[in-house]
Design a protein. Structure first.
Length: 330
């Protein structure tokens, strides 16, 4: 059958083919569900030297094509603004101490930038609203005073914020400290509902670290310390379910939906990974399922992410690498 191949080579060839078929069968179930969904945009930003501190958070203004980055450090601008193409535009610093979470809110009459500040100085323990150029518009909480869970608008290291088009606000409070809660406010900053306490039971939290809202009336919270995501009804605050099974290696640090709401992007800082989970439609939360993952370099430490709801691009604020990276959908 192989007249030009010595017997020893022929034998090795058959062994190679047999091994390849076994390996293929063994790994088929893993690879058939895996699809490459994103690629790194190596040209973003154009001038990475503007990242001079630890980049903790990123927010996309999809309407105006802007990207806001919150960073920490001594004598560094706390907010950097880039174009979606990666060009540096400007920065601002006033009344921002230690940015943790950041969110852009667009309305028919303009846009604004919300920042959670976990500093312990005179500006900290607050949730603040700024104009796109950095003018302070609104302060929630008492600057410099850590609160307790007894007072709704007294924060203790508020971690993240999500603002709906209606102006209703969701805050997870906090990144350590006494408070472990999820708070919903009206557009005039009145408490609509509040849930959570320190613990691992249903509706309790250990460092609620990120919050987002889907298109079906559900609020998703990265319950970092409990290594799970908890889900609540956005109208009533009722607990709807949780996902535990996907986070045995590391808890979720950030939660954001893709532009079509089919997937949930989750950052896992300690294992340097972005996990992409299938998002359930209306109905039961069910069990979590990772459909793809992006493994980042060691010590990258992805902290918080945001998604451009127009282009679908994912921006990742990386504490370890001190940069923001952009991933574009394939």
């Amino acid at each position: 059958l192989f007249p030009l191949i010595p017997p020893s080579v022929e034998f090795n060839y058959y062994i190679f083919i047999l091994y390849s078929q076994v390996l293929k069968a063994k790994n088929f179930s893993h690879w058939k569900g895996e699809q490459q969904m994103y690629k790194l945009d190596i040209g973003w930003p154009k001038a990475p030297e503007y990242f001079t501190g630890q980049t903790f958070c990123v927010a996309v203004d999809s309407l105006h094509g802007l990207v806001y980055v919150g960073q920490r450090g001594d004598n560094v601008p706390k907010v950097l603004v880039f174009s979606e193409e990666g060009y540096f535009l400007h920065s601002w610093n006033d009344t921002v101490e230690m940015p943790h979470g950041i969110f852009v809110w667009n309305t028919a009459i303009g846009s604004s930038v919300w920042i959670t500040d976990v500093g312990t100085g005179k500006y900290g323990h607050t949730v603040k609203q700024y104009s796109p150029l950095g003018k302070l518009l609104q302060v929630l909480g008492t600057p410099g005073n850590a609160g307790s869970s007894l007072i709704p608008l007294q924060f203790d290291q508020p971690a993240d914020i999500f603002v709906e088009e209606t102006g209703e606000i969701y805050v997870v409070d906090g990144d350590g400290g006494m408070n472990n809660r999820l708070l919903k406010l009206s557009d005039d900053y009145k408490e609509l509902w509040l849930t959570g306490s320190n613990g691992s039971g249903i509706g309790q939290f250990k460092i609620p670290h990120s919050v987002t809202v889907d298109a079906f009336g559900r609020v998703w919270v990265a319950d970092r310390g409990n290594k799970r995501i908890q889900v609540f009804d956005k109208v009533t605050g009722e607990w709807l379910g949780s996902w535990n099974g996907c986070f045995s290696e590391d808890g979720p640090f950030s939660v954001r939906f893709t532009a079509d709401y089919k997937y949930l992007i989750v950052a896992q800082l300690n294992i340097n990974r972005l996990a992409i989970l299938a998002a359930p439609p209306v109905g039961s939360i069910g069990d979590c399922a990772i459909v793809h993952s992006v493994q980042l370099a060691d010590e990258t430490k992805p902290h918080l992410v945001d998604v451009d709801m127009r282009s679908g691009a994912v921006y990742v604020a990386e504490i370890g690498a001190q940069q923001v990276q952009k991933y574009v959908p394939l």
